[in-house]
Design a protein around this ligand. Structure first.
Ligand SMILES: Cc1cc2nc3c(=O)[nH]c(=O)nc-3n(C[C@H](O)[C@H](O)[C@H](O)COP(=O)(O)O)c2cc1C
Length: 197
C-alpha cells in the first residue's frame, strides 16, 4: 500500500510536520510505503488558465516546465494521497493551492474539444490539518473544498484529521495527538483493505 503525503507547511519542525512524522512512522510500522513530498521544496507554479491541458488525454499535458508532472505522477501512483497542511486564511497554504489548481484541470479533461478521462479517478484522498481556530471553524472550508475537488475528479475522499494549535509554550505534539494521528493511519489502511475485499 502506498501513501503519498503532500506536505504543505513551510515549517519543517512545525505542528503539521509533527503530525506527518507520526503518521509516516505508523505507515512504516504497518508495512506501508509513505513518500513525503515537501511542497515548499518543489517548484509548482500557479495555473495559467490556458486550458492547453484539456486536449491532452494521455497525461497531464501542462505547458509549464516545472515540478508539477513529477508530483502528479507520485499522486497517480499512490493508493492514497494525504493533503497535509496548516490552515492559512481558511484554506490550504499557497503551494498546495497552486498544485490543486493544476491537478483539477490537468487531471480531468472536461473543457476541451471533447470530454476526456479523469486521470486520477479512483485515487483516494485524505487530509491532515492543523489550525488555530477549533476544527469546525478553522478547517471546515478547506474540508468542503477538498471534498468537492475529489468529487469533481472522481477521487474518493476518505476523511480529515485535524488538531488545533492553541499557541502558548506547551509543545504542540502530545501523547493524545500522536496516538490519534497513528490511529488515523490505521483507519485509512483498514478502510482501503475492506474496500479491496
Ligand atoms: C499566515 C497564517 C495564516 C493563518 N490562518 C489561519 C486561519 O485562517 N484559520 C486558523 O484556524 N488558523 C490559521 N493560522 C494558524 C495555523 O494554521 C496554525 O498555527 C498551524 O498549526 C501552523 O502549522 P505549522 O506549524 O505547520 O506551520 C494561520 C497561521 C499563519 C502563519
Amino acid at each position: 500500500m502506498k501513501f503519498c503525503i503532500l506536505m504543505g507547511s513551510p515549517r519543517r519542525s512545525g505542528n503539521t510536520a509533527a503530525l506527518v512524522g507520526e503518521f509516516a512512522d505508523e505507515c512504516a510500522r504497518m508495512g506501508a510505503e509513505a513518500q513525503v513530498i515537501p511542497l515548499y521544496d518543489r517548484a509548482v507554479n500557479p495555473c495559467l488558465g490556458c486550458k492547453a491541458c484539456q486536449d491532452c488525454f494521455d497525461g497531464p499535458g501542462c505547458v509549464q516546465d516545472d515540478d508539477f508532472e513529477d508530483v502528479f505522477a507520485a499522486v497517480s501512483d499512490s493508493d492514497v494521497v494525504i493533503f497535509a497542511t496548516p490552515i492559512y486564511a481558511w484554506y490550504c497554504t499557497a503551494p498546495m493551492k497552486a498544485l490543486l489548481d493544476r491537478m483539477v484541470y490537468a487531471g480531468s479533461k472536461r473543457y476541451g474539444g471533447s470530454r476526456g478521462p479523469d486521470l486520477l479517478a479512483g485515487v483516494r484522498a485524505a487530509s491532515i490539518v492543523t489550525c488555530g481556530y477549533p476544527a469546525e471553524k478553522g478547517a471546515d472550508l478547506w474540508e468542503e473544498g477538498l471534498k468537492r475537488t475529489c468529487r469533481h475528479m472522481g477521487m474518493e475522499y476518505m476523511g480529515l484529521f485535524c488538531r488545533r494549535d492553541r499557541g502558548g509554550n506547551e509543545p504542540f505534539l502530545d501523547a493524545e495527538k500522536a496516538r490519534a494521528v497513528r490511529d488515523f493511519a490505521q483507519a485509512l489502511r483498514l478502510a482501503i483493505q475492506v474496500d479491496g475485499l
